[in-house]
Design a protein around this ligand. Structure first.
Ligand code: SME
Length: 149
């Protein structure tokens, strides 16, 4: 899938969808259109934790609540910076969800400079994410930010 096409289609989706399923629809779109994206989820910041919102993948994760600062997700929520992990098994912060996962990307969602959530994507392929994914997903995160309360 071409990143520009995906960006345009998600933008259209956000403009058209006026219901609470929007986050799930965007998760579904990413999961269905990017083969490397083996599990896609959105975590929402609630006080000092990340709470799992919509997700799509073969299996549910046990990590439905992650403290800010813990794991790769919690680190991204603390720093506000995208985490691009080429090999999850080499990162000692990694909280394992699925045995098949080899790489991960976490992109914070910011609203008025505050971190309100994040997009978390796992891949079964090693080193599946690059700067293009980070750039693309940052744009999606920016589009979603005003739809997170
Ligand atoms: N691996 C994440 C936990 C969330 S799962 O990938 C769905 C982490 O280390 O924070």
């Amino acid at each position: 899938m071409d990143y520009d096409v995906a960006e345009r289609e998600i933008k259209k989706m956000i403009a058209n969808v006026k219901n609470s399923n929007l986050l799930q629809k965007v998760v579904d779109y990413l999961y269905e259109n990017f083969e490397r994206y083996s599990w896609v989820g959105i975590y929402i910041v609630k006080e000092n934790d990340l709470i799992l919102g919509p997700w799509r993948g073969e299996h549910a994760t046990e990590h439905t609540k992650i403290s800010i600062g813990k794991g790769i997700c919690g680190s991204a929520a603390q720093s506000g910076k995208t985490e691009l992990i080429p090999d999850v098994n080499k990162d000692n912060r990694y909280l394992a969800c699925f045995v098949s996962t080899r790489s991960e990307i976490v992109v914070p969602i910011k609203k008025n400079n505050k971190i309100v959530g994040e997009i978390d994507i796992d891949s079964d392929i090693p080193n599946a994410f690059d700067k293009q994914d980070a750039f693309f997903l940052k744009k999606i995160a920016d589009m979603l930010s005003k739809h997170i309360c």
